[in-house]
Design a protein around this ligand. Structure first.
Ligand code: SDX
Length: 431
């Protein structure tokens, strides 16, 4: 926080209250309202937190008007092009790009934590085969607090570090095993000679009957998808992790809460909902019908993969994802993928439509990711689990930052109450 002499003056009723303001290194200043209730007897009102900063952070910055996304200052398009997911994990966790030695040590630590406690397999078998893999992930990640007791004390820096590595390392194994369980195939153990993305692909698609050869095109695309989803300021699931953590809950319980929140179709579940929408549209000639539905106030239908709370110009991740979709489908020989044609035509038509321009609705990170994931062989039910694998480092990095933030305390919002005022109980015979 850059100390500022600026003040905000709030006048109402017979009161005038001066509130301090703070500045960051970039982005909007904030008005510090912590003493507002004590001095003014009023709350602020901001459902959905459209104008509320819940914390100070140094990890990720988004400029929604410029379509800019920085991780510790590095633009997402440069990271997607020149870096790789585990290096971005190091950057998000520790604040700087690693030296070669630091990167090798970090990758070794993650690699050596990819196995799950063998007894945890029983959790998967407790679910129905047709359970959504996000339900399995919420359950299994929450259950990690029952297996990894030596990394649940949030006041111990070393235990926080071990929990962070375990979560980043084991999430691909948990997601892959949720998939294997859903298709009735045996679990595939991680391999220490494979990189993060290749290991995940092999755990998902290898079978005991034959050697699985990693396709470098797919592993590069997988790694890029992981990089593009890693962190995103105080989005709903990250805010959920922070709020859960503010009570002192253990890291596994808090990340399980984040997974639960990410599942929603307005958030991480949009990639699954978007592909299902593209399939429902089916052909380019049906696009106008769906555009009309998206504009119809009486129709709850929304274009999935479109719009964003912060981006009001374009989502830089969607730009990279679109390029990746072209490359991957072309290299896989499915460049005439009908869903990709529908997606591109839907984007073209929507961006020419004044409704979307006025409401500043553009494709977001979820618009193209599903097309790539389906071309890679994943069912739509695995799209959000893959988002959860990637976002684990963002949740963990923000959790670590919050734990050591001296101003953080238990999150406990207030409300505008419009219910019944005090009244006496009436016995049932008198009602
Ligand atoms: C993610 O926060 C993050 O950073 C999230 C994320 C991350 O990395 O963590 O970026 C990941 O969640 C991306 C968003 C994925 N969700 C979707 O694609 C679902 C479809 N999009 C929306 O439901 C919506 O755009 C949100 C939820 C993303 C944003 O909602 P807001 O900011 O609350 O905006 P809003 O609902 O108030 O909409 C503003 C107007 C409304 O019209 P009016 O009431 O003003 O007349 O725009 C309209 C909405 O009806 N609108 C849409 C629309 N999204 C908003 N109309 C049609 N289609 C859409 N997709």
């Amino acid at each position: 926080m850059v100390m500022s002499n600026k003040k905000a003056t709030l006048s109402f009723d017979d009161k005038t209250i001066e509130l301090p303001m703070h500045a960051g290194t970039v982005g909007p200043d904030v008005i510090d309202i912590r003493k507002l209730y004590a001095e003014g007897g009023v709350f602020t009102y901001d459902p959905g937190f459209t104008s509320t900063a819940a914390c100070e952070s140094t990890i990720t910055y988004i400029d929604g008007d410029k379509g800019e996304l920085l991780h510790r200052g590095y633009p997402i398009d440069q990271l997607a092009e020149k870096s790789h997911y585990l290096e971005v994990c190091y950057l998000l966790l520790y604040g700087e790009l690693p030296s070669a030695a630091q990167l090798e040590d970090f990758e070794t630590r993650v690699t050596r934590h990819t196995m799950l406690h063998e007894q945890m397999m029983n959790f998967f078998r407790g679910f129905r085969r047709d359970a959504h893999p996000m339900a399995v992930m919420v359950g299994v990640v929450g259950a990690m607090s029952a297996f990894y007791h030596d990394s649940t004390d949030i006041n111990d820096a070393w235990q926080r570090e071990v929990a962070s590595i375990r979560l980043i390392a084991k999430m691909p194994t948990i997601a892959a095993w949720a998939y294997k369980y859903s298709v009735g195939q045996p679990f595939v153990y991680p391999r220490n000679d494979l990189d993060y993305a290749s290991n995940f692909l092999r755990m998902c698609f290898a079978v005991p009957c034959e050697e699985y050869v990693v396709n470098p095109i797919l592993s590069r695309a997988m790694d890029r998808i992981f990089t593009l989803h890693a962190d995103h300021e105080q989005n709903a699931s990250t805010s959920t992790v922070r709020l859960a953590s503010s009570s002192g809950a253990n890291p596994f319980a808090c990340i399980a809460a984040g997974i639960a929140c990410l599942w929603g179709p307005a958030h991480g579940g949009a990639n699954q909902a978007c592909l299902e929408m593209l399939k429902e549209i089916g052909t380019v000639d049906r696009i106008p019908e769906f555009i009309a539905r998206a504009k119809d106030k009486d129709d709850p239908f929304r274009l999935m993969g479109f719009g964003h709370r912060v981006y009001k110009n374009f989502d830089p991740r969607a730009t990279v994802m679109k390029q990746s979709a072209d490359e991957v489908l072309d290299l896989l020989g499915v460049e005439d993928n009908p869903l990709l044609q529908v997606a591109k035509e839907l984007e073209r038509i929507a961006l020419q439509d004044s409704y979307f321009a006025e409401k500043k609705l553009f494709p977001n990170v979820d618009f193209y990711s599903g097309i790539i994931l389906e071309a890679m062989g994943f069912p739509t039910s695995m799209f959000t689990p893959i988002f959860a694998v990637s976002r684990t480092v963002g949740w963990v990095s923000q959790w670590k930052e919050m734990i050591v933030d001296p101003v953080q305390k238990i999150g406990r919002p207030r409300q505008l109450y419009s219910g019944a005022t005090a009244r006496d109980y009436v016995e049932v015979e008198n009602r």
